[in-house]
Design a protein around this ligand. Structure first.
Ligand code: MN
Length: 356
């Protein structure tokens, strides 16, 4: 019997225009940050993130930078063509977290202002997640409050570790207090593994041309999944029971690991926590489908987490919109569930007004 090709879904699919499609992990950049990334791409910085900066920003006029900078031309045209009602925009990885705290805070504010201006021009097409600089938690908390209360942004974007530190570190608690008080989710987006776990990811000097090992093929999920598991097993969600976290890439492999996390990391063995790890994951986390167009992984995640805990995402412009739409339209799941994954869950979590 032939094995089903894991990436298989139809090439052509008649789009079902009854679905409202909200894409929830969609990247943009502001010129000021693109220029900083360009300069950093020309340094010998030892972080694994340097490879991605070199690929994407070495040529400041290249297609990747162009598509990240563009918010209203190519992007809206592709959304119209592919039947995408709305993109939830966020400043691209690794965001401001690689900058020194003062500059990071300034760029986050500037990016949030520009994002809000774009949304004001297209309120039915875009919503946004605010950038913040966790390097300075007090300033971050202030900006998070401004972003939600004044700018109307719907949550926050964080690119995993900050200088090798993770959100369970008490240092970042002002940020978590702000997110919880504002009832707005933090989307923990990947970046490459922190310096402390970088060594096995260095296949080649500079990290380039190795099959995306340190980034999208594997390293992103190791870094970001580790971040989320630290938060769960440390008992952070007993201290912040209402904190809402979003993970992309079908949950960064965590859905598949939940049974064993409960068995080996759960109660009563783990004295930091009062609930099983899987209970926190279902209560405090929502995952998205960004960059994982596998029907079996989708079905498994819906089965493990429930139909309210999965949202659709494209990962524009790193992934193309058309295949992400075809993947979801053709998924062998009930239309009622598809409506939730495409729009209903995002409307609830990000408090978006239901579309016309
Ligand atoms: Mn992404």
């Amino acid at each position: 019997m032939p094995l089903q090709e894991p990436l298989a879904y139809p090439d052509k699919w008649e789009k079902d225009m009854t679905f409202r499609r909200i894409a929830t992990e969609e990247a943009f950049i502001v010129p000021e940050l693109a220029e900083l990334f360009h300069h950093i791409s020309r340094t010998n910085w030892s972080s694994l993130d340097i490879a991605i900066l070199r690929i994407n920003y070495r040529d400041p006029t290249g297609p990747r930078v162009r598509r990240l900078l563009d918010l209203e031309e190519e992007r809206l045209a592709e959304m119209d063509r592919e039947g995408v009602a709305m993109q939830v925009l966020s400043l691209t990885s690794p965001g401001v977290q690689i900058l020194e705290p003062g500059l990071a805070t300034d760029i986050a504010r500037l990016a949030n202002d520009r994002l809000a201006e774009t949304i004001a021009r297209h309120p039915t097409r875009f919503a946004g997640l605010a950038a913040f600089a966790p390097q300075d938690p007090a300033a971050a908390a202030k900006e998070m409050e401004r972003a939600v209360r004044t700018l109307g942004l719907k949550g926050f974007i964080l690119n995993s570790h900050t200088d090798g530190r993770y959100l369970d570190d008490e240092f970042f608690w002002p940020v978590l207090e702000a997110a919880e008080a504002l009832d707005a989710p933090i989307y923990i987006h990947p970046r490459c593994p922190s310096d402390g776990m970088a060594a096995p990811f260095r296949l080649k000097e500079g990290g380039i041309e190795n099959g995306n090992f340190e980034n999208a093929a594997w390293g992103f999920a190791v870094e970001t999944g580790t971040h989320a598991v630290r938060m769960i097993l440390s008992g952070l969600f007993d201290r912040f029971p209402k904190l809402k976290i979003v993970l992309g890439h079908m949950g960064e492999n965590i859905p598949f690991a939940l049974w064993r996390l409960d068995r080996m990391g759960g109660v009563p063995r783990n004295r930091n926590i009062s609930l099983q790890p899987s209970a926190y994951f279902k209560r405090n986390f929502t995952i998205t489908t960004s960059g994982v167009e596998c029907h079996k992984a989708l079905a498994f995640s819906l089965d493990m987490l429930g139909e309210d805990n999965v949202m659709w995402a494209i990962d524009y412009p790193y992934q193309e919109s058309g295949p992400a739409v075809t993947f979801m339209d053709s998924a062998p799941i009930a239309d009622a569930v598809k409506h939730k994954v495409y729009a209903g869950n995002a409307e609830r979590l990000f408090k978006l007004s239901p579309g016309a």
